[in-house]
Ligand binder design. Structure first.
Ligand SMILES: [Zn+2]
Length: 223
């Protein structure tokens, strides 16, 4: 048993992980606004087809799904790390999916507690407040190892990427490598509770993810 608990259950195939879109965030010059959309990930486990944080760029998301031969109506579950608008605009693309915010899963107006697991899967849900009060991360055992879909527990603006500790070639086309201490210290200019944010980051890192998908910015390999 590692610090992160057991990995894939005996006889249980790992989830298939695929990056759909990389998140981005940049401020606009003249109106105090942003151009921003969240990272979105496709995870397939058993009969479940999961899209995380569908973001706000419909064209990019639909094209990425089509490349994976996934139609919007094939998606069974949309997982939302939190309710900020740059993560949820495209929710309407998936009218047949149930929606999970980490705390409950909604099918229409029926709300069912999650109790720490994404319904129908072995994917864990970890409460991670700090960026905002209601925020969850998803942790999945996948074909590339343990992946944390972290939402805005980690994020950065396009022109302020963290210092990379080294990069390599992997199943992912590109990534940056960061040590846990660097991850815990990443700035979050809009966090509502910095102390809670740091505690949430430590809790997620204690699960020893190999990969972290931040809300905005490139995929992180944990050094
Ligand atoms: Zn965001």
């Amino acid at each position: 048993m590692t610090a992160g608990g057991c990995a894939v259950r005996p006889g249980h195939a790992p989830a298939q992980f695929h990056m759909l879109t990389t998140g981005y965030a940049r401020r606009t010059d003249n109106d105090g606004g942003w151009v921003a959309a969240s990272a979105s990930v496709l995870l397939r486990e058993g009969q479940q087809v999961v899209v995380t944080d569908p973001g706000g760029n419909a064209d990019t998301l639909l094209a990425a799904l089509a490349l994976q031969q996934v139609m919007p109506e094939d998606v069974t579950t949309v997982f939302l790390t939190h309710g900020h608008i740059d993560h949820i605009v495209n929710l309407s693309l998936f009218p047949s999916a149930v929606v999970c915010d980490g705390f409950v899963t909604a099918r229409g107006d029926r709300l069912i507690p999650c109790n720490g697991l994404l319904p129908g899967t072995t994917m864990r849900l970890l409460e991670t407040p700090g960026h905002c009060a209601e925020h969850y991360a998803l942790v999945a055992e996948t074909q590339i190892g343990r992946v944390a879909v972290a939402g805005d527990l980690f994020w950065w603006e396009d022109d302020a990427p963290p210092q990379a500790g080294g990069a390599g070639s992997t199943a992912l086309s590109s990534h940056i490598e960061l040590a846990p201490e660097a991850l815990i210290g990443l700035p979050d200019t809009i966090a509502t509770d910095p102390a809670a944010l740091a505690a949430s980051r430590r809790a997620l890192l204690a699960l020893e993810p190999r990969w972290i998908v931040p809300g905005h910015g490139g995929v992180i390999r944990v050094a």
